[in-house]
Design a protein. Structure first.
Length: 312
């Protein structure tokens, strides 16, 4: 059971639209199929308390079970593992857990076949305490024990960790370091997108350091540090300031037409998913209290991108 209180900014929305905004991990279609206890077309009022029961997501994902055995090697690298947690390097293109449209071959399904995961995450998301987008690669940590799940959930909720991402973007900034601050909310025009807003939304802050630039191509490599963890935060913040992430279909604002025929242009036209990589995750071990610094090396596609940029 989840409970949400309607704010003044949210008043007047349909129930299903409201729930989709406060639970961005689910689409409106999924919510409409999961929740049958009220009229989804009813409009909420300020101060309303909306309770949503999500008790059986399995039927939404066509009753596809979590794998019970691992018959082949994992299609990703394990970065760290002990009795309480496991951290892996998630490949670009792999979904974190089953959902409508992605019912097989997810990260959680592979891991559940490989090792026990905390049941506190639920039947579909055992061990999941945070997520990165399907088309973002890099470090993800999951809980194997219930104690680790509770502790990690608090760590992520309180932002008591360091997260650094590599982003390849359009544009050459006149600065080396910058802080981007701006509240983020779901777009009223396209609920698949987030946007920066002047009022409402959730506070968000991203620190940016320029690692390398390729002036001829008009492309830069940024190291982005998250101080908050909002949906699409880096992509939204960078795009809002004119530095769209390369090959990002939602926020990228592609400028491929300015690139002359080359291996670089071919990469930009054919690459699937934004050029964004979760490189570093630093936190205190939820059980032992020891510092953990987890790092996922730059994936092959982005290594190749750098080679194309260097030779352009």
């Amino acid at each position: 059971m989840r409970k949400f209180v309607v704010s003044a900014e949210q008043a007047g929305q349909r129930v299903d639209k409201f729930l989709a905004a406060v639970m961005p991990e689910f689409s409106r279609a999924e919510i409409q199929r999961m929740e049958k206890n009220f009229d989804n077309s009813r409009k909420v009022k300020e101060g309303d308390v909306v309770r949503c029961t999500i008790d059986d997501i399995q039927r939404v994902i066509e009753n596809k079970p979590i794998l019970t055995s691992c018959e082949e090697d994992l299609p990703f690298q394990i970065i760290y593992e002990d009795d309480d947690v496991i951290a892996v390097d998630k490949p670009r293109g792999m979904v974190m857990y089953p959902a409508v449209g992605n019912v097989e071959g997810t990260l959680v399904q592979y891991l559940a076949a490989y090792c026990p995961l905390s049941a506190l995450g639920g039947d579909v998301r055992p061990g999941v305490v945070h997520r990165i987008d399907k088309d973002t690669s890099g470090v993800v940590i999951l809980a194997k024990s219930d104690a680790a799940f509770r502790a990690l959930t608090k760590v992520f909720s309180d932002h008591e960790l360091i997260r650094k991402y590599i982003a390849f973007v359009w544009g050459i900034p006149p600065w080396v370091d910058a802080d981007i601050e701006g509240n983020i909310s779901r777009s009223s025009r396209n609920r698949q997108k987030m946007s920066m807003v002047k009022a409402g939304g959730k506070e968000a802050k991203t620190s940016v350091h320029v690692q390398e630039v390729w002036p001829r191509a008009g492309i830069s490599e940024f190291l982005c540090t998250l101080f908050t963890g909002r949906t699409h935060q880096i992509r939204v913040h960078l795009s809002a300031h004119g530095f769209g992430v390369l090959t990002d279909p939602l926020y990228g604002r592609g400028k491929e037409d300015k690139i002359k025929p080359s291996e670089l242009l071919e990469f930009l036209r054919e690459h699937q998913g934004q050029c964004l990589h979760a490189e570093i995750l630093e936190l205190v071990h939820p059980i032992t209290g020891e510092p953990l610094k987890l790092r996922a090396p730059l994936p092959e596609d982005l290594v190749y991108l750098k080679e194309c940029l260097d030779s352009y």
